[in-house]
Design a protein around this ligand. Sequence first.
Ligand code: C2O
Ligand code: CU
Length: 479
Amino acid sequence: MKHLNRRNFLRFAGASGALLLTELTPLNLLQSVYAQKSKEINLTGSLTAIDLGNGKPFTAWTYNGQIPGPEIRVKEGERLHIVLKNNLPEETTVHWHGLPVPNSMDGVPYVTQKPVQPGGTFVYDFEASVPGTYMYHSHAHYQLDRGLYGALIVEPKNEEKGYDREYVLLLEDWASIDGGGPEASKRGRIQPGMGMMGMMRRSAGGPLQEPLYDAYTINGRVFEASPPLKVKKGDKVKLRIVNPSSSTIYTLRIAGHPVTITHADGRPVLPATVDAVRIGMGERYDVELIANNPGRWHIYNLRDNSPVSGWLLGTLLYDGIQSQTYNDDNITQGYRISDYSFLEGIDERYIKPVTSVDKVFRMNLSGGMMSPYWTINGRAYPDSDDLSVKRGDRVRLEYFNMSMMAHPMHLHGHFFEVVGTGRVTGVRIKKDTLIIPPHMGRGAVEFIADNPGVWFHHCHNLYHMEAGMANLVKIISKK
Ligand code: C2O
Ligand code: CU
């Protein structure tokens, strides 16, 4: 289409009669310019004294002095103009986890951009093109585990809110000494059961292993200090559950209440009601809770299907409840814990379905035994093999987990379909992070390589990623 500059436009409008003049007055033009104006956000990374509420203040690394960083919330189609200022002692970048952005805005140091040096700034500018629950976090070194994360919410353009209240819950694991995690690891805490192996790994001067965490928070507060989620009897409550933890998979339970999963990693699914939500590092689930059981209830991590061994995380509190005593969780038969295999996707216009496959990559995930490295097909990034595809290729990634830990594998720049889901309707769920279970666990995903560039693909256990469990998906434009 030929571009109309202002002068040509006026001449054109003048010649074309009253209809055009009323539709395209300069005022209307002005408004459309305003509509495209971006939302300005400043993110400043700095060292900040933080208290998670457990009486052990320490120096965390924060965005804008707070844990979590400020919530970024926009409407679908809005542009974000985010000025990152680095007042940290290390180089840094920000990654917009889950949201497909142009490659140069993706925030992976030395892959999509030069990292921002201490004292420097960088402007991220992109359109929030797909609605959903996302997060942003530092993608440099171990900074995510020091506190550099926040929620990124893209609301649908034409939203009729089908709920009465909404809460965003960011779950985070902490070693509450300075640094939040990596410093604890450096100081030589040994994972239970690691014995001599743990000692060997550190003396080798290689990558860090995950620290022993001593605090688990929702929105930066431990259980004792966390403000209750308030609800009123009869409310339909939307919870956006986000896991930016570096090394913790949660099985989140809200006592007294089943929840209905509506979105997985921001993508809509057929409603699935469960008693607890299993959520790996990098994953997000939107769930709905019907407030029909007044009381004071624990929000906790359910381990081994037993509330007795769980960690307390927070409180759900009904208006008008005075008693300080918590209600007993009242499940008698087994808990229904969410599992990909029973989730069904929903077709949506943002993402084309994958109908067949052009390229298959098999990846063995291993590590944790005789070396400090975590590998894909025996190699640690940057020595791992690239996955090279052409733009538009339909790609299948098959994982085989030879290790004893779960690996939430995350692909940048794309949503993928999870193979093996959508058994009833045939519509598979779309996600961007998939937990591959330990001990010979398998998983497979398929995606259309339609976002050109070099994209990072890795385990979202930060300590595994930094120890090599990563590779590059190179999408080359056809010509
Ligand atoms: Cu959450 Cu490579 O990122
Ligand atoms: Cu891993």
